[in-house]
Design a protein around this ligand. Structure first.
Ligand code: SF4
Length: 286
């Protein structure tokens, strides 16, 4: 069902969207990560104090062959789009092949990521080859869902042990080729003051949809002590989430140069990417 290009999932009908979970392996350390405890449970080992994310490092990825088989099954069952999630799916060597298989099977595919590895060089082309982002665009990826949990480098590092600069650099690379994407923010006690600035970061870029998700204390967060400093009350969230900032002066775009001038394949992919921007999951006519 579509209305003005927006897809609605008709109540009572099966969804045509799927999720490919490539496994819990992850190099990041988000404070609020539910998966850290799931990985620990899957390993059958208890985490020692202070090692919440240890099991994520040891977790295995689903094989590429298995992942491709799942994509084929989703296509065979009539699904038209799916998310690839982990763990951190950009650490999976088979990710480009998964995207290619989705395209072959005429499905849209979105990659959910903290965005830390997209601009690193792919292993097979060390020393001058394309970034992983180039490879995924060339493969035909339809969308990214970036985790944007803070508006400052220190805040992002505190929340994830990752780098805000890296995720913004990946977003900026997509902006240069006119490729839209989406973003997620987990609202927790540590980023309440950042929420308006996170929204501004997002609004200044090619984010077409931004989810603000309140941290939910379940799995191992089952006591007031365990959620201290993480969970915020809705009454505390409402203010910063709805705060209006003073109108900003009209944006003076930085000189953009040639689209994709930083990476060769991005330049070649730019025209194709612009065409794809209308295929995003929430805004394409079906
Ligand atoms: S990126 Fe995802 S899987 Fe990795 S630590 Fe953060 S929330 Fe957990």
């Amino acid at each position: 069902m579509t209305k003005a290009g927006i897809f609605f999932h008709p109540p009572g009908e099966l969804s045509q969207s799927g999720v490919l979970d490539v496994g819990l392996k992850c190099a990041h350390s988000c404070r609020f990560c539910y998966y850290s405890f799931m990985a620990e449970a899957a390993s059958g080992k208890s985490a020692s104090p202070g090692s919440q994310h240890g099991a994520l490092r040891q977790a295995a990825f689903r094989t590429t062959e298995d992942s491709l088989r799942i994509i084929d099954l989703m296509a065979d069952h009539g699904l038209i789009n799916f998310d690839i999630t982990g763990g951190e799916p950009t650490m999976h060597q088979g990710l480009p092949d998964m995207v290619r298989r989705a395209v072959e099977r005429l499905m849209s595919v979105r990659v959910i990521t903290l965005g830390q590895f997209l601009l690193r060089q792919t292993p097979e082309r060390q020393g001058g080859g394309p970034h992983l982002l180039d490879t995924l665009l060339e493969a035909g990826v339809t969308d990214f869902l970036f985790s944007l949990h803070a508006a400052t480098e220190d805040g992002f590092h505190e929340a994830t042990r990752g780098s805000l600069a890296k995720v913004l650099a990946a977003m900026d690379a997509l902006d240069r080729v006119g490729f839209q994407y989406s973003a997620n923010t987990v609202i927790h006690a540590g980023n309440l003051d950042d929420l308006p600035r996170i929204a501004e970061l997002s609004a200044a870029r090619g984010v077409y949809h931004h989810n603000f998700i309140v941290f939910n204390a379940y799995y191992r967060w089952d006591s007031p002590e365990s959620i201290a400093g993480l969970q915020a009350a809705y009454t505390d969230i409402a203010g910063p989430l709805t705060r209006r900032r003073a109108p900003r002066p009209a944006r003076v775009d930085e000189p953009r140069g040639q689209p994709g001038s930083r990476t060769g394949i991005l330049r070649r992919a730019s025209a194709r990417a612009r065409g794809r921007s209308a295929r995003h999951l929430c805004a394409r006519a079906r």
